[in-house]
Design a protein around this ligand. Structure first.
Ligand code: AMP
Ligand code: GLY
Length: 441
């Protein structure tokens, strides 16, 4: 498809999505010299409302006419799609034109996240290191498979389940319960029509994200997320309770290996399947004794990994995302703040199952006044009296920058103390167990 070759001087941008990840993207976009006017799909998020103008038409991949016309009328040169839902529904396909770059893969590429069975077969075909696994559409066959296996397994709903579709059972009975929940009770609806059952791996987890322009990839600095609700890695899985960047456990050699053995082969395999992938490719990895192995791919920035990444990103983000979306990433100039960023999520009481909402939030200004602290809004809103109140499970992403991880942690935790709302909950151990890169003799 022909595209404008030179980067526009000013790029009017539409940002789709309403969480902490999108606030971080908007915050960095707003600092881009090439940023034109920023439009946001979710002005209910006060962080986004402070940075962009509200889009006043529905954004629906199935009925895209009004948003297409909105983009034409407002001369939108770049659409940045944050969450996986609209990508899997085909929003990128609907909005991409020769004159309008869309950062985020088409529906065909989004299958990498939206269909874990397909992703598994693509990995197998491309010899990408991952847990050995099989897909099932029949619960009886899935149960029989679990009963026949001597080793522990992991059960995954193949479709999109908001990060909750994975069970890591300790016994075969629990595994069978998970199969029943997903396939028979259908707690994730159609997302559980197929399950993937795979071998259980062990080792530290890391997230490696790369920008992809269809062909060229640019690997971003490695991050480590903390998925469990409670300190020490206890409690249920969540969308992510905090992340820091860079993650020292991923040394240069391992990063090179991830790029060579995982990221490049995926993009090549997608191209062989006719998929021109433009956006973020996120590999959730386990560092096993046998080397890094893929747990999952996501087709978007991680939330909260995006927040420390954006805190450290140097360069023109609007230009960089435009280049990725336009097939000219090789001309991008990206640099990183040398400091470490630590992002701590403040969550509501009851998260992840039934978060309380509607509690007033205070103290954000005091937290930011500490310096090198940025508070991104995730689940917040203004109530009818204009007060800032909680409106979701993950409320704020408190992100601090400092010379060392220990200092960044201390600063972020100090900022978290200053912010107040009823039922505030956070993990004080984000980054506390960061392992150094293994030293080589
Ligand atoms: P996913 O959404 O696929 O990343 O899975 C959510 C969490 O489940 C991961 O962050 C891991 O902690 C765990 N997990 C997923 N797959 C495996 C596996 N094959 N072995 C061990 N743990 C896993
Ligand atoms: N933080 C993990 C995710 O965004 O999937």
């Amino acid at each position: 498809m022909p595209r404008p070759r030179t980067v526009p001087n000013k790029i009017n941008t539409l940002l789709v999505g309403g969480g902490g990840r999108e606030h971080a993207l908007a915050w960095r976009l707003a600092r881009s010299p090439r940023m034109g006017r920023l439009w946001v799909s979710h002005p209910d998020n006060p962080g986004l409302a402070s940075l962009g103008a509200a889009v006043d038409v529905p954004i629906d991949a199935k009925a895209p006419f009004r948003i297409q016309r909105f983009c034409d009328t407002h001369d939108i040169g770049l659409v940045v799609i944050g969450p996986e839902g609209p990508l899997a529904a085909g929003l990128a396909d609907a909005l991409r034109t020769p004159a309008r770059a869309v950062f985020g893969p088409d529906r065909a590429g989004a299958r990498l996240e939206a269909d874990k069975a397909w992703a598994k077969s693509l990995m197998r075909a491309a010899a990408i290191p991952t847990a050995e696994g099989r897909a099932f559409t029949d619960p009886a066959a899935a149960r029989a498979y679990v009963e026949s296996r001597p080793d522990p397994v992991v059960i995954k709903a193949a479709g999109l389940a908001k990060g909750k579709g994975v069970a890591v059972p300790d016994t075969p009975a629990e595994a069978i319960e998970a199969i029943d929940r997903i396939m028979v009770q259908r707690v994730f609806g159609d997302a559980g029509d197929t399950v993937v059952i795979e071998e259980r791996l062990s080792g530290p987890e890391v997230s490696v994200l790369a920008l992809v322009d269809g062909r060229t990839i640019y690997v971003l600095e490695p991050c480590q997320d903390h998925k469990r609700l409670l300190e020490g890695g206890a409690g249920p899985n969540t969308g992510g309770m905090g992340a820091y960047c860079p993650a020292p456990i991923l040394d240069r050699d391992t990063m090179d290996r991830v790029e060579r053995d995982i990221l490049v082969p995926v993009v090549d395999a997608l191209r062989r399947d006719g998929v021109d992938y433009r956006g973020v490719l996120y590999a959730g990895l386990m560092l096993t004794h046998g080397g890094p192995k893929v747990l999952e791919f996501n087709v978007r920035f991680g939330d909260p990994e995006c927040q420390p990444l954006m805190a450290r990103f140097k360069g023109d983000l609007a230009e960089t995302l435009w280049r990725a979306a336009s097939g000219s990433l090789d001309g991008a100039s990206i640099d990183w703040d040398r400091r470490t960023a630590c992002c701590v999520v403040l969550a509501s009481r009851g998260y992840p199952d039934a978060p309380e909402t509607g509690h007033e939030i205070t103290g954000i200004e005091e937290a930011e006044a500490m310096g090198d602290v940025i508070v991104f809004h995730a689940g917040t809103k203004r109530d009818k009296d204009g007060r800032l109140v909680t409106a979701g499970g993950r409320v704020l992403s408190v992100t601090a920058l400092a010379g060392t991880l220990a200092e960044a942690r201390e600063l972020a935790n100090g900022a978290c103390e200053l912010i107040r709302f009823e039922g505030k909950h956070w993990r004080r151990d984000i980054g506390a167990h960061a392992l150094p890169a293994p030293s080589r003799a």
